[in-house]
Write a protein that binds this ligand. Structure first.
Ligand SMILES: Cc1cc2nc3c(=O)[nH]c(=O)nc-3n(C[C@H](O)[C@H](O)[C@H](O)COP(=O)(O)OP(=O)(O)OC[C@H]3O[C@@H](n4cnc5c(N)ncnc54)[C@H](O)[C@@H]3O)c2cc1C
Length: 230
């Protein structure tokens, strides 16, 4: 069923929503789809790494994704993690093709991390935000991703220019906290950003609190049982 927000944007959003057209669709394994978009947002300074866009899907659901870069010509890209074929975004991305258009709100500020070195902790949905910061701050970004399939995540990271994130398998006892502490010890003075599932953000925050780490910037991207978080 369409969301109220989606119905509202569909009825009244014409004056403030932007428009995107899909320029390419690329499968990165079975789990990820990368879409290159050309948009009518061409304003200098409209975009910062960590921004989000909110897509109005044909089903009139609204879902949030992270644009990676934004050129002066209005081109950007998103990486969709295909966690479920039956969800609104999952159904949409399975069928999306070159030439399709959609409306969106943004780019809007979401994860704003102070300048300088950064450690980003997240999951499959965080590859794009880590890539966005990496492009903007080359050599200053370390990414730690807790994922189901490390090989697939590495391929997606490589495709987006993220290089070699530290990958830990979801469910591996103690792996996330050990990796956070190791990366903090290696890279003193980093700002920390936590994204991905609510439970991951919670666990990572606890580790930082217990060990006296820096106060992180936090943005949960999804929570089990909740739809279209944001
Ligand atoms: C600021 C922001 C930036 C984001 N950037 C990205 C991005 O760049 N790439 C990306 O892939 N996602 C990103 N997300 C997450 C994405 O918006 C959610 O995963 C969203 O719920 C997907 O919509 P859906 O229609 O597939 O599922 P929904 O209809 O929202 O949810 C259906 C069910 O699936 C569960 N679910 C949602 N996401 C996941 C998941 N990842 N794994 C397992 N179960 C899940 C929900 O909890 C719910 O139970 C971002 C979210 C936010 C808030």
């Amino acid at each position: 069923m369409p969301s109220l927000k989606g119905q509202f944007l569909n009825l009244f959003g014409k004056s403030f929503l932007a428009k995107a057209t899909v320029r390419s669709v690329e499968d990165i394994g079975a789990q990820y789809r990368r879409l290159v978009l050309s948009t009518d947002v061409k304003k200098e300074g409209a975009y910062q790494p960590g921004d989000k866009i909110q897509l109005l899907l044909p089903s009139l659901d609204v879902r949030t994704y992270t644009p990676v870069g934004w050129t002066a010509e209005g081109e950007t890209e998103i990486l969709v993690f295909r966690h479920s074929p039956g969800s609104p975004a999952g159904g949409w991305v399975a069928n999306v093709k070159v030439g399709d258009s959609f409306s969106f709100a943004g780019p809007q500020r979401s994860l704003n991390i102070p300048s300088g070195p950064v450690l980003l902790v997240g999951d499959e949905t965080s590859i794009a935000v880590a890539a966005a910061y990496t492009r903007h701050r080359p050599g200053l970004v370390a990414a730690l991703l807790e994922v189901e399939e490390e090989g697939a995540a590495q391929k997606a990271a490589t495709a987006l220019g993220l290089g070699q994130p530290r990958l830990v398998r979801r469910g591996a006892e103690g792996a996330l906290s050990a990796a956070i502490l190791e990366l903090l010890a290696e890279r003193g003075g980093v700002s920390v950003g936590l994204t991905g599932s609510g439970s991951l953000v919670q666990r990572a925050r606890e580790v930082l609190r217990e060990k006296g780490g820096p106060a992180p910037r936090i943005k949960a991207y999804w929570v089990p049982g909740k739809t279209g978080l944001d």
